[in-house]
Design a binder for this molecule. Sequence first.
Ligand SMILES: [Zn+2]
Length: 302
Amino acid sequence: MKTLKILTFMLMVLAAGAAQADKVNVVASIPDLGVMAERIGGNRIDLTVLASGREDLHGVPARPSFIPKLHKADLLLTLGLDAEHSWLPALAAEARNPRIREDREGWIEVFEGVTLEDVPEVISRAEGMQHVEGNPHINIGPQNGRIMAENIAYALMEFDPGSEEYYAANLDAYAAELDALAASLKERGQALQGHTVISYHADISYLARFYGFEVIGTLEPKPGIEPTARHLARLVREAKEKGVCLVIHNQAQPAKLPGKMAGRVDARAVMIGNMVGAVSGVDTWQELQEHNLRVLLEGLDH
Ligand SMILES: [Zn+2]
């Protein structure tokens, strides 16, 4: 009997060891995808997040320290739509891990299923280098959280079918939270409806769609192109005509120009977060959405 107990114990230790070794190595391009993967993958994944959250989504520094993390990744979670175009595909190609190269089975794009904004009629880099396939800033839109989470869950289920039920249960619980959050945000954000705004970069299209306000122009003439005096002069005229009330920028963009623009058109400059970790206290995707709504409503109040 004693031998049997020892044997059972040894088997349990071995099984625990195997489970440990079996964890799915998940690398997330930005913290939004990391926090979602954590909620769905729980103790079944080992997670690494590349961007800090304070950076510009299109311009995350390609640190060499990312490469060993990518080397052992089973899944690389990305927003897709070329959001990480300037830094991630090259790093993924450099890691000795063909699985997670762009367009391979381990390179996961979470935008699949999102109703896209700003899809150009003709795909051309002449329209700026950053948004050629449609607006990639899906993570800022409260309407997109559930779809992003579902795509992460499906990727985990496919890679690790043995834990499918675990992922499905975690997704159900998380999706219910996200649905409740979206309904509550919409209710509390009604005051934003019908207003006109300017943004620094074309990164708030999903936010505008969700709350029902209109982005009449951007300080950048095209995504990723530096503002010019001529473009700004035209924008000032249009902003005055349309009664713009907010000039919206994020923590990774220069604050001086939005402030100056707001002064010229009698609007308020407000700073939202462009991803989880953008400012202190924004550590979950829900907190990002709450933060952005609070900032927008405070801007209207003034
Ligand atoms: Zn962009």
